[in-house]
Design a protein. Structure first.
Length: 454
Protein backbone atom coordinates (compact mmCIF):
# COMPACT_ATOMS: atom_id res chain seq x y z
CA UNK A 1 0.00 0.00 0.00
CA UNK A 2 1.42 3.37 -1.00
CA UNK A 3 1.41 6.07 1.68
CA UNK A 4 3.49 8.76 -0.02
CA UNK A 5 5.35 9.51 -3.26
CA UNK A 6 7.87 12.31 -3.79
CA UNK A 7 9.87 13.62 -6.73
CA UNK A 8 12.19 16.50 -7.62
CA UNK A 9 13.90 17.62 -10.83
CA UNK A 10 11.80 15.42 -13.10
CA UNK A 11 10.28 17.13 -16.15
CA UNK A 12 8.22 20.07 -14.78
CA UNK A 13 8.78 19.01 -11.15
CA UNK A 14 11.65 21.26 -10.07
CA UNK A 15 11.48 21.56 -6.29
CA UNK A 16 10.54 18.52 -4.24
CA UNK A 17 6.83 17.65 -4.50
CA UNK A 18 4.90 15.07 -2.50
CA UNK A 19 1.67 13.21 -3.15
CA UNK A 20 0.22 11.95 0.13
CA UNK A 21 -2.16 9.01 0.31
CA UNK A 22 -2.58 9.14 4.08
CA UNK A 23 -6.07 10.18 5.13
CA UNK A 24 -6.15 13.76 6.39
CA UNK A 25 -7.13 14.21 10.02
CA UNK A 26 -8.43 17.66 9.14
CA UNK A 27 -11.26 16.37 6.97
CA UNK A 28 -14.31 14.56 8.25
CA UNK A 29 -15.55 13.34 4.88
CA UNK A 30 -17.05 9.90 4.76
CA UNK A 31 -15.61 7.29 2.48
CA UNK A 32 -13.47 4.20 2.47
CA UNK A 33 -10.09 4.40 4.21
CA UNK A 34 -7.63 1.62 4.99
CA UNK A 35 -5.98 1.42 8.43
CA UNK A 36 -2.18 1.41 8.69
CA UNK A 37 -1.66 0.24 12.30
CA UNK A 38 2.11 0.73 12.29
CA UNK A 39 1.69 4.45 11.61
CA UNK A 40 -1.58 4.78 13.55
CA UNK A 41 -3.17 6.41 10.55
CA UNK A 42 -5.17 5.38 7.49
CA UNK A 43 -4.60 5.46 3.74
CA UNK A 44 -7.05 6.47 1.04
CA UNK A 45 -7.78 4.12 -1.87
CA UNK A 46 -8.09 6.82 -4.55
CA UNK A 47 -6.28 10.02 -5.56
CA UNK A 48 -7.59 12.21 -8.40
CA UNK A 49 -5.22 14.85 -9.79
CA UNK A 50 -6.76 17.91 -11.43
CA UNK A 51 -5.12 20.85 -13.19
CA UNK A 52 -4.83 22.85 -16.37
CA UNK A 53 -3.12 21.49 -19.45
CA UNK A 54 0.68 21.44 -18.95
CA UNK A 55 0.30 21.92 -15.19
CA UNK A 56 2.34 18.77 -14.51
CA UNK A 57 -0.24 16.05 -13.89
CA UNK A 58 1.22 13.70 -16.48
CA UNK A 59 4.76 14.51 -15.35
CA UNK A 60 3.98 13.40 -11.80
CA UNK A 61 2.57 10.14 -13.13
CA UNK A 62 5.61 9.77 -15.39
CA UNK A 63 7.80 10.11 -12.27
CA UNK A 64 5.85 7.22 -10.71
CA UNK A 65 6.54 5.22 -13.85
CA UNK A 66 10.24 6.17 -13.64
CA UNK A 67 10.76 4.90 -10.07
CA UNK A 68 9.33 1.51 -11.04
CA UNK A 69 11.36 1.38 -14.25
CA UNK A 70 14.65 2.05 -12.46
CA UNK A 71 13.99 -0.40 -9.62
CA UNK A 72 12.93 -3.20 -11.96
CA UNK A 73 15.42 -2.71 -14.77
CA UNK A 74 18.49 -0.70 -13.78
CA UNK A 75 20.72 -3.70 -12.99
CA UNK A 76 19.50 -6.13 -15.66
CA UNK A 77 18.64 -3.60 -18.35
CA UNK A 78 21.84 -1.54 -18.57
CA UNK A 79 25.44 -2.51 -19.17
CA UNK A 80 28.32 -0.95 -17.30
CA UNK A 81 28.46 2.13 -19.53
CA UNK A 82 24.76 2.62 -20.20
CA UNK A 83 23.18 6.02 -19.62
CA UNK A 84 20.42 6.18 -17.01
CA UNK A 85 17.16 7.41 -18.63
CA UNK A 86 16.44 10.81 -17.11
CA UNK A 87 14.34 13.91 -17.82
CA UNK A 88 15.47 16.78 -15.59
CA UNK A 89 13.72 20.14 -15.26
CA UNK A 90 14.56 21.97 -18.48
CA UNK A 91 14.17 25.60 -17.32
CA UNK A 92 17.10 25.52 -14.91
CA UNK A 93 20.49 24.34 -16.11
CA UNK A 94 21.75 23.41 -12.64
CA UNK A 95 18.88 21.69 -10.89
CA UNK A 96 21.04 18.93 -9.41
CA UNK A 97 20.24 15.22 -9.43
CA UNK A 98 16.74 13.83 -9.90
CA UNK A 99 15.12 12.46 -6.75
CA UNK A 100 12.37 9.82 -6.51
CA UNK A 101 11.16 8.27 -3.24
CA UNK A 102 8.13 6.73 -1.60
CA UNK A 103 6.74 5.25 1.61
CA UNK A 104 4.80 2.00 1.34
CA UNK A 105 3.67 -1.04 3.30
CA UNK A 106 4.01 -4.77 2.76
CA UNK A 107 2.48 -7.55 4.82
CA UNK A 108 4.69 -8.05 7.82
CA UNK A 109 4.96 -9.71 11.18
CA UNK A 110 2.29 -10.37 13.78
CA UNK A 111 2.23 -7.94 16.69
CA UNK A 112 1.14 -8.32 20.30
CA UNK A 113 -0.82 -5.09 19.78
CA UNK A 114 -2.67 -6.72 16.87
CA UNK A 115 -2.91 -10.41 17.79
CA UNK A 116 -5.61 -11.15 15.21
CA UNK A 117 -3.65 -9.98 12.21
CA UNK A 118 -0.33 -8.96 10.76
CA UNK A 119 1.15 -5.55 11.41
CA UNK A 120 2.43 -4.24 8.09
CA UNK A 121 6.05 -3.29 7.77
CA UNK A 122 6.35 0.28 6.52
CA UNK A 123 9.32 1.14 4.29
CA UNK A 124 10.76 4.37 3.01
CA UNK A 125 12.79 3.94 -0.15
CA UNK A 126 14.32 6.40 -2.58
CA UNK A 127 17.28 7.43 -4.68
CA UNK A 128 18.94 10.40 -6.39
CA UNK A 129 20.57 10.09 -9.81
CA UNK A 130 22.13 11.79 -12.77
CA UNK A 131 22.46 10.41 -16.29
CA UNK A 132 25.67 8.61 -15.29
CA UNK A 133 25.13 7.25 -11.78
CA UNK A 134 22.81 6.74 -8.84
CA UNK A 135 24.35 9.19 -6.37
CA UNK A 136 22.33 8.17 -3.32
CA UNK A 137 19.98 5.33 -2.41
CA UNK A 138 18.35 4.55 0.92
CA UNK A 139 15.95 2.12 2.55
CA UNK A 140 14.47 2.46 6.04
CA UNK A 141 11.87 0.42 7.88
CA UNK A 142 9.39 1.84 10.38
CA UNK A 143 8.37 -0.58 13.10
CA UNK A 144 6.14 -0.26 16.14
CA UNK A 145 6.60 -2.12 19.37
CA UNK A 146 6.03 0.14 22.36
CA UNK A 147 6.39 3.12 20.02
CA UNK A 148 7.28 3.92 16.44
CA UNK A 149 10.95 3.66 15.52
CA UNK A 150 12.97 3.79 12.29
CA UNK A 151 15.56 1.19 11.33
CA UNK A 152 18.19 1.81 8.69
CA UNK A 153 18.45 -1.13 6.31
CA UNK A 154 20.98 0.47 3.97
CA UNK A 155 22.32 3.79 2.71
CA UNK A 156 24.29 3.95 -0.53
CA UNK A 157 26.47 6.74 -1.92
CA UNK A 158 28.34 6.91 -5.22
CA UNK A 159 31.16 9.35 -5.76
CA UNK A 160 33.60 9.30 -8.66
CA UNK A 161 32.45 5.84 -9.68
CA UNK A 162 33.11 4.41 -6.19
CA UNK A 163 30.11 2.94 -4.38
CA UNK A 164 29.86 2.86 -0.60
CA UNK A 165 26.97 1.04 1.08
CA UNK A 166 26.35 1.31 4.82
CA UNK A 167 24.19 -1.52 6.15
CA UNK A 168 21.96 -1.60 9.21
CA UNK A 169 22.06 -4.51 11.59
CA UNK A 170 18.57 -5.68 10.57
CA UNK A 171 19.53 -6.43 6.95
CA UNK A 172 20.60 -10.07 6.61
CA UNK A 173 22.13 -11.63 3.52
CA UNK A 174 25.12 -11.41 1.20
CA UNK A 175 25.12 -7.63 1.47
CA UNK A 176 28.81 -6.96 0.77
CA UNK A 177 28.94 -9.40 -2.12
CA UNK A 178 25.95 -7.75 -3.79
CA UNK A 179 27.36 -4.28 -3.09
CA UNK A 180 30.49 -5.29 -5.00
CA UNK A 181 28.31 -6.36 -7.94
CA UNK A 182 26.35 -3.09 -7.97
CA UNK A 183 27.40 -0.68 -10.73
CA UNK A 184 27.27 3.12 -10.49
CA UNK A 185 24.38 3.06 -13.00
CA UNK A 186 22.37 0.38 -11.19
CA UNK A 187 20.41 0.42 -7.96
CA UNK A 188 21.47 -1.75 -5.04
CA UNK A 189 17.84 -2.86 -4.64
CA UNK A 190 17.76 -3.96 -8.28
CA UNK A 191 21.08 -5.80 -7.96
CA UNK A 192 19.84 -7.47 -4.76
CA UNK A 193 16.80 -8.93 -6.49
CA UNK A 194 18.95 -10.21 -9.36
CA UNK A 195 21.06 -12.03 -6.76
CA UNK A 196 18.15 -13.42 -4.69
CA UNK A 197 18.66 -11.37 -1.55
CA UNK A 198 16.35 -12.97 1.06
CA UNK A 199 14.84 -9.70 2.33
CA UNK A 200 15.17 -7.26 -0.52
CA UNK A 201 13.76 -9.49 -3.27
CA UNK A 202 10.30 -9.13 -1.71
CA UNK A 203 10.58 -5.34 -1.73
CA UNK A 204 11.74 -5.39 -5.34
CA UNK A 205 8.64 -7.47 -6.12
CA UNK A 206 6.45 -4.72 -4.67
CA UNK A 207 7.52 -2.46 -7.53
CA UNK A 208 7.65 -5.21 -10.16
CA UNK A 209 4.26 -6.77 -9.41
CA UNK A 210 2.25 -4.31 -7.32
CA UNK A 211 2.97 -1.04 -9.14
CA UNK A 212 1.27 -0.64 -12.55
CA UNK A 213 1.30 2.62 -14.53
CA UNK A 214 -0.87 3.18 -17.63
CA UNK A 215 0.52 6.18 -19.49
CA UNK A 216 -1.54 8.61 -21.61
CA UNK A 217 -4.40 7.36 -23.77
CA UNK A 218 -2.68 4.41 -25.39
CA UNK A 219 -4.92 1.37 -25.67
CA UNK A 220 -3.92 -2.24 -26.03
CA UNK A 221 -3.67 -3.62 -29.54
CA UNK A 222 -6.05 -6.40 -30.51
CA UNK A 223 -3.25 -8.97 -30.22
CA UNK A 224 -2.23 -7.69 -26.77
CA UNK A 225 -5.81 -7.72 -25.48
CA UNK A 226 -6.44 -11.21 -26.85
CA UNK A 227 -3.26 -12.56 -25.22
CA UNK A 228 -4.16 -10.99 -21.89
CA UNK A 229 -7.71 -12.32 -21.94
CA UNK A 230 -6.88 -15.81 -23.22
CA UNK A 231 -6.05 -17.01 -19.70
CA UNK A 232 -7.30 -14.05 -17.64
CA UNK A 233 -8.23 -15.11 -14.12
CA UNK A 234 -10.97 -12.48 -13.86
CA UNK A 235 -12.55 -12.96 -17.28
CA UNK A 236 -16.09 -13.46 -15.95
CA UNK A 237 -15.87 -10.31 -13.82
CA UNK A 238 -14.58 -8.33 -16.79
CA UNK A 239 -17.43 -9.54 -19.00
CA UNK A 240 -19.93 -8.64 -16.27
CA UNK A 241 -18.53 -5.10 -16.05
CA UNK A 242 -18.52 -4.66 -19.83
CA UNK A 243 -22.19 -5.69 -19.91
CA UNK A 244 -22.94 -3.20 -17.13
CA UNK A 245 -21.21 -0.49 -19.19
CA UNK A 246 -24.04 -0.84 -21.75
CA UNK A 247 -21.77 -0.64 -24.80
CA UNK A 248 -23.79 -3.30 -26.63
CA UNK A 249 -21.48 -6.25 -25.93
CA UNK A 250 -23.13 -9.46 -24.76
CA UNK A 251 -20.23 -11.93 -25.03
CA UNK A 252 -16.46 -11.90 -25.48
CA UNK A 253 -14.66 -14.75 -27.17
CA UNK A 254 -10.95 -15.47 -27.59
CA UNK A 255 -10.02 -17.82 -30.40
CA UNK A 256 -7.01 -18.90 -32.43
CA UNK A 257 -6.26 -16.42 -35.19
CA UNK A 258 -6.09 -17.68 -38.76
CA UNK A 259 -2.74 -16.48 -40.05
CA UNK A 260 -2.19 -16.23 -43.80
CA UNK A 261 0.44 -18.59 -45.21
CA UNK A 262 2.39 -15.68 -46.70
CA UNK A 263 2.61 -14.03 -43.27
CA UNK A 264 3.83 -17.27 -41.67
CA UNK A 265 6.47 -17.66 -44.39
CA UNK A 266 7.65 -14.08 -43.90
CA UNK A 267 8.07 -14.61 -40.15
CA UNK A 268 9.87 -17.90 -40.76
CA UNK A 269 12.32 -16.13 -43.10
CA UNK A 270 12.93 -13.42 -40.50
CA UNK A 271 13.42 -16.05 -37.79
CA UNK A 272 15.92 -17.92 -40.00
CA UNK A 273 18.03 -14.78 -40.41
CA UNK A 274 17.81 -14.09 -36.67
CA UNK A 275 18.84 -17.67 -35.86
CA UNK A 276 21.92 -17.52 -38.06
CA UNK A 277 22.96 -14.18 -36.60
CA UNK A 278 22.47 -15.31 -33.00
CA UNK A 279 24.38 -18.53 -33.50
CA UNK A 280 27.31 -16.71 -35.12
CA UNK A 281 27.32 -14.41 -32.07
CA UNK A 282 27.36 -17.41 -29.74
CA UNK A 283 23.90 -16.57 -28.38
CA UNK A 284 20.83 -18.73 -27.97
CA UNK A 285 18.46 -18.97 -30.93
CA UNK A 286 15.45 -19.34 -28.61
CA UNK A 287 14.08 -15.80 -29.33
CA UNK A 288 13.89 -16.56 -33.04
CA UNK A 289 12.19 -19.91 -32.43
CA UNK A 290 9.62 -18.32 -30.12
CA UNK A 291 8.84 -15.68 -32.78
CA UNK A 292 7.45 -18.32 -35.13
CA UNK A 293 5.65 -20.12 -32.31
CA UNK A 294 3.95 -16.93 -31.13
CA UNK A 295 2.88 -16.14 -34.70
CA UNK A 296 1.34 -19.59 -35.19
CA UNK A 297 -0.44 -19.51 -31.82
CA UNK A 298 -1.66 -15.91 -32.07
CA UNK A 299 -5.02 -15.18 -30.46
CA UNK A 300 -7.86 -13.01 -31.69
CA UNK A 301 -10.57 -11.26 -29.72
CA UNK A 302 -14.22 -11.25 -30.81
CA UNK A 303 -17.17 -9.33 -29.37
CA UNK A 304 -20.76 -10.47 -29.81
CA UNK A 305 -23.24 -7.60 -30.09
CA UNK A 306 -27.02 -7.65 -30.10
CA UNK A 307 -29.80 -9.99 -29.00
CA UNK A 308 -30.06 -13.70 -29.78
CA UNK A 309 -32.10 -13.23 -32.96
CA UNK A 310 -29.89 -10.46 -34.36
CA UNK A 311 -26.25 -10.83 -33.43
CA UNK A 312 -23.11 -9.40 -34.97
CA UNK A 313 -19.60 -10.70 -34.29
CA UNK A 314 -17.01 -7.91 -34.44
CA UNK A 315 -13.30 -8.02 -33.68
CA UNK A 316 -11.42 -5.73 -31.31
CA UNK A 317 -10.42 -3.18 -33.93
CA UNK A 318 -14.07 -2.65 -34.85
CA UNK A 319 -14.95 -1.50 -31.33
CA UNK A 320 -15.18 2.18 -30.44
CA UNK A 321 -12.17 3.86 -28.89
CA UNK A 322 -14.12 4.17 -25.65
CA UNK A 323 -14.73 0.41 -25.53
CA UNK A 324 -11.07 -0.33 -26.26
CA UNK A 325 -10.06 2.11 -23.50
CA UNK A 326 -12.45 0.43 -21.09
CA UNK A 327 -10.97 -3.01 -21.82
CA UNK A 328 -7.43 -1.61 -21.52
CA UNK A 329 -8.22 -0.21 -18.07
CA UNK A 330 -10.39 -3.02 -16.70
CA UNK A 331 -7.71 -5.70 -17.17
CA UNK A 332 -5.11 -4.06 -14.83
CA UNK A 333 -7.87 -2.74 -12.55
CA UNK A 334 -9.23 -6.22 -11.84
CA UNK A 335 -5.71 -7.50 -11.26
CA UNK A 336 -5.06 -4.65 -8.81
CA UNK A 337 -8.35 -5.21 -6.96
CA UNK A 338 -7.64 -8.94 -6.63
CA UNK A 339 -4.07 -8.42 -5.38
CA UNK A 340 -4.50 -5.21 -3.36
CA UNK A 341 -1.95 -3.42 -5.54
CA UNK A 342 -1.45 0.05 -7.03
CA UNK A 343 -2.79 1.22 -10.40
CA UNK A 344 -1.79 4.62 -11.80
CA UNK A 345 -3.61 5.97 -14.87
CA UNK A 346 -2.85 9.10 -16.86
CA UNK A 347 -5.88 10.90 -18.31
CA UNK A 348 -8.54 8.50 -17.09
CA UNK A 349 -11.36 10.41 -18.74
CA UNK A 350 -9.89 10.27 -22.27
CA UNK A 351 -12.42 8.45 -24.50
CA UNK A 352 -14.51 7.43 -21.48
CA UNK A 353 -17.97 8.87 -20.83
CA UNK A 354 -18.10 10.61 -17.41
CA UNK A 355 -20.54 7.99 -16.12
CA UNK A 356 -18.13 5.19 -17.10
CA UNK A 357 -15.20 7.03 -15.52
CA UNK A 358 -17.19 7.43 -12.31
CA UNK A 359 -18.16 3.73 -12.33
CA UNK A 360 -14.51 2.78 -12.85
CA UNK A 361 -13.35 4.89 -9.89
CA UNK A 362 -16.13 3.47 -7.71
CA UNK A 363 -14.57 0.00 -7.99
CA UNK A 364 -11.70 1.22 -5.78
CA UNK A 365 -13.91 3.27 -3.42
CA UNK A 366 -16.17 0.47 -2.18
CA UNK A 367 -15.12 -2.24 0.30
CA UNK A 368 -17.11 -4.95 -1.50
CA UNK A 369 -15.16 -4.49 -4.75
CA UNK A 370 -11.91 -3.50 -3.04
CA UNK A 371 -11.53 -5.78 0.01
CA UNK A 372 -7.72 -6.06 -0.26
CA UNK A 373 -6.84 -2.36 -0.19
CA UNK A 374 -5.99 -1.69 -3.84
CA UNK A 375 -5.27 1.93 -4.77
CA UNK A 376 -5.99 4.04 -7.85
CA UNK A 377 -4.16 7.26 -8.73
CA UNK A 378 -5.30 9.08 -11.85
CA UNK A 379 -5.19 12.42 -13.61
CA UNK A 380 -8.36 13.86 -15.10
CA UNK A 381 -10.24 16.93 -16.33
CA UNK A 382 -13.63 15.39 -15.48
CA UNK A 383 -15.14 17.97 -13.10
CA UNK A 384 -18.31 15.93 -12.62
CA UNK A 385 -16.39 13.70 -10.21
CA UNK A 386 -15.81 16.63 -7.85
CA UNK A 387 -19.43 16.76 -6.64
CA UNK A 388 -20.21 13.09 -7.17
CA UNK A 389 -19.79 12.19 -3.50
CA UNK A 390 -17.32 9.53 -4.61
CA UNK A 391 -14.13 11.36 -3.59
CA UNK A 392 -13.08 12.62 -0.19
CA UNK A 393 -11.42 16.03 -0.15
CA UNK A 394 -8.08 14.49 0.74
CA UNK A 395 -8.42 12.33 -2.39
CA UNK A 396 -8.53 15.39 -4.67
CA UNK A 397 -5.26 17.11 -5.58
CA UNK A 398 -4.68 20.26 -7.62
CA UNK A 399 -1.72 20.69 -9.99
CA UNK A 400 -0.51 24.18 -10.82
CA UNK A 401 2.63 25.96 -12.02
CA UNK A 402 4.56 28.89 -10.57
CA UNK A 403 6.07 31.74 -12.60
CA UNK A 404 9.23 29.70 -13.23
CA UNK A 405 7.18 26.92 -14.87
CA UNK A 406 7.64 24.50 -11.96
CA UNK A 407 4.74 22.25 -10.98
CA UNK A 408 3.30 22.12 -7.50
CA UNK A 409 0.60 19.87 -6.04
CA UNK A 410 -1.82 20.69 -3.23
CA UNK A 411 -4.64 18.57 -1.75
CA UNK A 412 -8.13 20.05 -1.69
CA UNK A 413 -8.19 19.45 2.09
CA UNK A 414 -5.64 22.28 2.43
CA UNK A 415 -8.16 24.83 1.15
CA UNK A 416 -10.68 26.46 3.43
CA UNK A 417 -13.93 25.17 2.02
CA UNK A 418 -17.10 24.64 4.00
CA UNK A 419 -18.67 21.21 3.89
CA UNK A 420 -21.64 22.58 1.92
CA UNK A 421 -19.49 24.34 -0.69
CA UNK A 422 -19.89 23.33 -4.33
CA UNK A 423 -16.43 21.90 -5.10
CA UNK A 424 -16.95 21.93 -8.86
CA UNK A 425 -17.93 25.60 -8.80
CA UNK A 426 -14.97 26.46 -6.54
CA UNK A 427 -12.68 24.71 -9.00
CA UNK A 428 -14.15 26.41 -12.05
CA UNK A 429 -13.93 29.79 -10.34
CA UNK A 430 -10.26 29.30 -9.55
CA UNK A 431 -10.68 29.25 -5.76
CA UNK A 432 -8.63 26.06 -5.44
CA UNK A 433 -6.22 26.55 -8.37
CA UNK A 434 -5.60 24.12 -11.18
CA UNK A 435 -7.51 25.97 -13.95
CA UNK A 436 -6.23 28.05 -16.89
CA UNK A 437 -6.05 31.81 -16.37
CA UNK A 438 -8.37 32.54 -19.29
CA UNK A 439 -11.50 30.88 -20.61
CA UNK A 440 -11.62 32.56 -24.02
CA UNK A 441 -9.27 32.83 -27.00
CA UNK A 442 -8.98 36.17 -28.83
CA UNK A 443 -7.81 36.58 -32.43
CA UNK A 444 -8.82 38.99 -35.16
CA UNK A 445 -9.00 38.05 -38.87
CA UNK A 446 -10.92 41.21 -39.77
CA UNK A 447 -8.47 43.48 -41.59
CA UNK A 448 -11.07 46.03 -42.63
CA UNK A 449 -10.50 48.15 -39.51
CA UNK A 450 -6.76 48.32 -40.03
CA UNK A 451 -5.13 51.13 -41.92
CA UNK A 452 -2.78 50.03 -44.65
CA UNK A 453 0.29 52.15 -45.29
CA UNK A 454 1.58 52.31 -48.84
Amino acid sequence: MLLRFGAANHRSLYGYQELLLSASKATHDEGMVMPVPTMREAAVPVVAIYGANAAGKSNLIDAMHAIRTHVVGSHAGLDGTGTIPRHPFALNGDAGPTRLDCTFTVDGRASHDHPNGALEDVYEYGFEYTGEEFRREWLYRMVRNERLSTQKLFERETEGGTIRVDFGGQLRGENRTIANLTRPNSLFLSASAQNNHPQLTALHAYFAKNWKVVLSERTMSGIQAAERLSDFAHFDRLLDLVRQADVGIEEIDVDEDVVAEDDVKLVQDIARVMTNHLRRSGESAAPADSLVERMQRRKRLYFIHGADDKQAVLDYDMQSKGTRTLITLLIPALEALAAGSLLVVDELDTSLHPDLARAFVSLFSKPESNPHGAQLIFSTHDVTLLNSGLLRRDEIWMADKDRQGASRFVPLSDFKLRSRDDIERAYRNGRVGGVPLGNEFHIDFDDSSRSVER
